[in-house]
Design a protein. Structure first.
Length: 147
């Protein structure tokens, strides 16, 4: 195993996973209320409004379901990345989801937003993680050793 895989893949998994969970925590007010420093939403109602802004082309009644779908995906992918479960698939799905977020942000808000928030970079990191040969310090690696 390459030394870079030993350090870089767990770092990428944890950084991406905790970033997903941090965004979810923000939309449930766990980091603080809207208006506090570094708070994007502060509650789910503001996240639904943001979801509507990014997805202006969808019928309004679909927006709450899309907000919950995105939240569920971020929780699932975040936990799976942190634990290292089905890591290749999880990393690919994370990269794809982040790319969708980045494109929606760029179309709805302009290119600066997703660039400043490093959403394209996070997408690229997740897709690069999906190409790793091994995933040390993961549940996947434990099952790989047993087989």
């Amino acid at each position: 195993m390459k030394a870079s895989e030993t350090v870089v893949t767990p770092f990428a998994r944890l950084a991406l996973g905790f970033s997903f969970l941090s965004a979810v925590a923000d939309r449930f007010g766990l980091w603080g209320a809207l208006g506090a420093p570094h708070i994007a939403w502060g509650d789910f109602a503001h996240f639904i409004t943001y979801t509507a802004t990014l997805n202006w082309f969808l019928p309004r009644p679909m927006i709450p379901a899309l907000a919950w779908l995105a939240t569920g995906a971020e929780v699932t992918l975040g936990i799976a990345l942190i634990l290292g479960v089905f890591t290749r698939t999880t990393a690919f799905l994370s990269g794809f989801l982040l790319l969708l977020f980045a494109l929606a942000m760029a179309i709805a808000l302009g290119l600066k937003g997703p660039l400043d928030a490093s959403v394209f970079s996070a997408s690229a990191a997740a897709l690069l993680l999906a190409t790793a040969e091994r995933y040390p310090f993961s549940i996947d690696s434990i099952f790989r050793r047993k087989n």
